[in-house]
Every structure is written in structure tokens, then in C-alpha cells.
Design a protein around this ligand. Structure first.
Ligand SMILES: [Zn+2]
Ligand SMILES: [Zn+2]
Length: 101
């Protein structure tokens, strides 16, 4: 029996790219890294203290939102004849309220 080894890294893997800055030497560059990766390697000083200047997700200390069902994904949409859009949980479909209190 032969086992086919699949390459883990696919072309469709989510990547983040953007301006990064090194906390060690303040060097700035445009970095590309797998989505979610922290601690980018700085091309100037080779330390791993580079971070994206504009992170896409919550950083440490930020408050994220989570539905009672445990899902962290939400749709913003307008249903039927509603005047305003509302936010719905992707996990259970419940309207999510109380965002900005
Ligand atoms: Zn550096
Ligand atoms: Zn939910």
C-alpha cells in the first residue's frame, strides 16, 4: 500500500500582506505571511519582532464578539421589509444585539 503525501501548503491558503513594522529596529516593509501569523521576521535586523501595522483581527487586549452559541462569525444583512440591516450569527441565525453598549 502506498500513501500519497499531500503537500500541506496549497496555493489557496489564506495569506495576509501589508505594511509591517519591526518593534526592534523600527524598519518598515511590506510583509506577506500566512494569515494569523504573528512575529514576522524583520528583513533588516533578522529579529522576529515585526508586526503588521494594520492587523485584520483582534489583537491582544481587544474585545472580540462571540455569540451565545460560540460562533464568532456574523452576517450583516437586511431581511424582508426591515428598514435597517441587522447582524445575524452565522452559527445559529439569531439576531445579535448589544454590540456597542
Ligand atoms: Zn528589525
Ligand atoms: Zn449563534
Amino acid at each position: 500500500m502506498t500513501v500519497k503525501v499531500l503537500e500541506f501548503k496549497r496555493p489557496g491558503d489564506p495569506h495576509s500582506s501589508g505594511e509591517a513594522i519591526c518593534a526592534h529596529c523600527k524598519h518598515e516593509w511590506v510583509a506577506v505571511a500566512p494569515a494569523g501569523q504573528r512575529n514576522l521576521e524583520c528583513p533588516a535586523c533578522s529579529s522576529h519582532r515585526g508586526v503588521f501595522k494594520w492587523p485584520y483581527g483582534p489583537s491582544e487586549g481587544d474585545e472580540g464578539y462571540q455569540c451565545n452559541c460560540g460562533s464568532e462569525g456574523f452576517f450583516i444583512m437586511r431581511r424582508g421589509k426591515q428598514a435597517n440591516g441587522a447582524v445575524y450569527c452565522r452559527g445559529c441565525g439569531t439576531e445579535a444585539t448589544g454590540w456597542f453598549q
